[in-house]
Design a protein around this ligand. Structure first.
Ligand SMILES: [Mn+2]
Length: 342
């Protein structure tokens, strides 16, 4: 079947922790995306199938409305909405899983909650440079999604047969969203063997696609139109696009969580654009980078804004004005591309 990616020793130890303990909390990252929700809920359903009754998924803040249909999404605790309930769950947890995040700071305002907890910590993730905060770390940057790692875990513990329809839906959703509907990071053959297995579980992949991608509000689509028409700047020399959205417009379009998530990908559909930068003015300036080919945007995100991510998708934040942040990006382009050529 699929190749064995996760170390056998890690599989055994995670399996032992699952067998041994009864209370589990599963945490995803701040501003959760499809993979954060898909992997955490996918694992939660899997633990349910193993007969575990005390399983709680916690997200640091709200997740996008187009993921609310996922099985179990209505039982997710949101830290910014229900801090006390989250703290109680964490305090009584035997095991805490950290999914789709490589350092505690990725849980945002929730990060201090983990101090002094006795629970056993297991991280399962696919971002580079994992921090050493967990007792067990499963880190595979070469794998396209954490949801895929959850499938691999279920499979390797020899329990593919009990993987439920609900779990399969969640896992597929994370695999789909972290590859842009299998349009990037998606050449690994195993992905399609896994999808085949998920289809055997009864998932409707076409319906999942529509649930996630054909769920826009009118406001969101108009915002995309505005951003592309009024703010997108193309720098032909570097095949780069820079786009912004300021606080006033975010308010005007009444944007909700996740509404701008895929916007940064749009300029890449221009034939001549291989690097897209999107800057959004929130409490801080949030900068998203996307690229095609061998343009390491995680390096840009790290060097310019202390951020990080993957080769083709990364992000960072900046304290200052939108204009300053745009200028920082523009100033950095010549040296960045010179370093790639050299
Ligand atoms: Mn992910």
């Amino acid at each position: 079947m699929i190749s064995k990616i996760i170390d056998e020793n890690l599989i055994q130890r995670i399996d032992q922790m699952i067998q041994k303990w009864s209370s589990f909390v599963i945490v995803g990252h701040e501003n959760p995306d499809g993979d954060a929700i898909g992997s955490t809920l996918g694992l939660a359903h899997f633990l349910h199938s193993l007969g575990k009754e005390r399983v709680q998924v916690i997200m640091p803040n709200e997740f996008p409305a187009n993921l609310a249909w996922l099985p179990g999404a209505d039982e997710v605790l949101i830290y910014t909405r229900d801090e006390e309930a989250c703290r109680q769950c964490l305090a009584s947890a035997d095991v805490i899983f950290f999914l789709d995040l490589n350092e505690l700071s990725r849980t945002g305002k929730m990060a201090p909650c983990f101090e002094g907890l006795m629970a056993y910590r297991i991280m399962i993730d696919h971002h580079e440079h994992p921090d050493n905060f967990a007792h067990l770390t499963v880190s595979h940057p070469e794998i396209a999604s954490t949801s895929e790692l959850v499938f691999r875990l279920a499979c390797r513990t020899g329990r593919l047969d009990i993987l439920s329809y609900e779990s399969s839906v969640c896992i597929y959703t994370g695999m789909m969203t972290d590859t842009g509907g299998f349009s990037y990071n998606s050449n690994a053959k195993d992905i399609y063997i896994i999808i085949y297995q998920l289809l055997l579980k009864g998932i409707d992949k076409d319906q999942i696609y529509r649930n996630v991608y054909y769920a826009s509000s009118e406001n969101r689509l108009r915002m995309i139109g505005y951003a592309l028409y009024k703010t997108m700047e193309i720098i032909p020399e570097y095949q780069t696009s820079i786009m912004t959205l300021d606080r006033r417009k975010i308010k005007e379009f009444k944007l909700e969580a996740g509404d701008t998530d895929s916007l940064v990908n749009q300029p890449l559909t221009i034939k001549e654009v291989n690097l897209s930068v999107f800057l959004k003015e929130e409490d801080v300036i949030r900068i998203s980078f996307r690229s095609i080919g061998n343009i390491p945007v995680n390096r840009l995100a790290r060097d310019l804004f202390g951020g990080g991510g993957h080769l083709n998708a990364a992000g960072g934040r900046y304290r200052g004005t939108l204009q300053e942040a745009v200028q920082i990006v523009k100033d950095a382009l010549p040296a960045f591309f010179a370093s790639l050529a050299g």
